[in-house]
Design a protein around this ligand. Structure first.
Ligand SMILES: *Cc1c(COP(=O)(O)O)cnc(C)c1O
Length: 401
């Protein structure tokens, strides 16, 4: 079996572009909150495909909805209407409190659309073509050029030369640093309510309220990237609902399809009426019947099972388990995050720890070199948290003590 695993890895490395340093595991199937590799080894999954599998693996109703749609129609293009897209849009509007939806295939594309919508809105109002956007240091918005242009990680941007538009970077949670960058060309501020890749850093209430007030005062649009912190992860459908600070434009993806690649950007009617019109934006696959059948079922299941409520209920138990580890080990500097989106900040790189935990049957990921990121399926129970904490405890003891 190890031979089969190695053979698959060897073949993949020959053919795939080498853009990832992958863990040396070939995953084969999932069940509930666990994954199994091709040798049959079980892993408790606290990564969920990077905050994607909110409902876990093989949620019966979800699988059946997808199978039913496969038997009907996979794709139509956006030249026609389809019922799953109409239903998914209505449900997503209800879940988000926004007014208009555009479906994409990924988070980066949702951010691309959000940026275009903001710039077009400003253009409609003042006719200028030199608008600027304010983004945050340590943010992450995706790997396409537009999304990359607002990603606050110079290392990701540098090799790719000039970026579209003018983007200025402020310090997250520092309102004065945002104010200092505003000028008469500023059309939007984009940020994550909880920074994911940047190390699980929640916005402070004061900061988010301050940015909203600043945007209102200056006629600037607020774009919230809810690709990672949205879809129930913080105990609210969208993290901004926890803060009571509503964006003008919002991006969502990851948990939205629970495994089917789909994203969306949404906006208020106020923005929509002066923003993208026919000819401004499009996609071949975005919002196709298959992806939208997934979104429709995911949103139905979120509501039927009150997934955000479950997250709110189980979060204190999760936080307490992580706090106990942080107290026990000096190498853990801090726990931070929101809901089922938590990070343990170490005083050293966590790459070795992740591998050690994996060998003991726990999948975790990192967010930056020193932060262990825990983004489990939202349906986890206390026993899963106990098992996670036990394996992490053993792994830290084995490696760092
Ligand atoms: C993952 C992520 C993206 C990009 O999503 P993709 O589907 O990988 O393109 C954008 N923003 C945030 C906050 C993310 O976490």
């Amino acid at each position: 079996m190890a031979d089969r695993m190695n053979a698959i890895i060897e073949q993949a490395e020959k053919d795939l572009l080498h853009t990832y340093n992958r863990y040396q595991i070939v995953l084969d199937r999932g069940e509930g909150v666990c994954l199994y590799d091709v040798s049959g080894k079980r892993y408790l999954d606290f990564a969920a495909g990077i905050a994607v599998f909110a409902l876990g693996y093989h949620y019966k109703d979800y699988d059946e909805a997808l199978k039913a749609q496969i038997d009907k129609l996979l794709h139509t293009s956006n030249l026609f209407y389809n019922e799953p897209a109409a239903d998914a849009a209505a449900l997503l509007k209800k879940a988000s409190g926004m007014d208009r939806v555009f479906f994409t295939n990924s988070g980066a594309e949702a951010v691309e659309g959000a940026l275009k919508a903001a710039v077009k809105y400003a253009y409609t109002h003042d006719g200028r073509t030199d608008h600027e956007i304010i983004a945050m240091e340590h943010s992450f918005h995706g790997r396409t050029y537009g999304a990359l242009s607002v990603t606050g990680n110079a290392h990701y941007r540098e090799p790719f030369g000039s970026m579209p538009g003018t983007v200025r970077f402020a310090q997250f949670n520092d309102l004065d640093s945002v104010k200092a960058l505003v000028n008469d060309r500023t059309c939007a501020v984009i940020l994550e309510a909880v920074q994911g890749e940047g190390g699980l850093v929640p916005a402070t209430q004061q900061f988010l309220e301050g940015v909203r007030a600043l945007c209102d005062e200056k006629g600037i649009l607020l774009i919230l990237d809810e690709v990672q912190c949205g879809m129930g992860r913080t105990g609210y459908m969208y993290a901004w609902q926890k803060y009571g600070v509503k964006p003008d434009i919002m991006a969502t993806a990851k948990g939205l399809g629970c495994g089917v690649p789909v994203g969306a950007f949404l906006m208020t009617e106020e923005v929509a009426k002066d923003s993208l019109v026919p000819g401004d934006h499009g996609t071949t696959y975005g919002g196709n019947p298959f992806a939208c059948a997934a979104v429709r079922k995911v949103l139905e299941l979120f509501e039927e099972n009150d997934i955000p409520g479950h997250v709110r209920e189980i979060t204190p138990y999760f936080e307490a388990a992580l706090d106990r580890l942080a107290e026990k080990y000096d190498c853990i500097l801090e726990r931070r995050g929101s809901g089922l989106m938590q990070g343990l900040v170490f005083d050293r790189p966590v790459g070795g720890l992740i591998k050690e935990a994996m060998s003991r049957g726990l999948i975790t990921i990192s967010a930056g070199a020193n932060v262990l990121r825990l983004v489990p399926p939202l349906v986890i129970e206390k026993e899963n948290i106990d098992e996670m904490a036990g394996i992490l405890d053993e792994s830290i003891a084995a490696l760092f003590k």
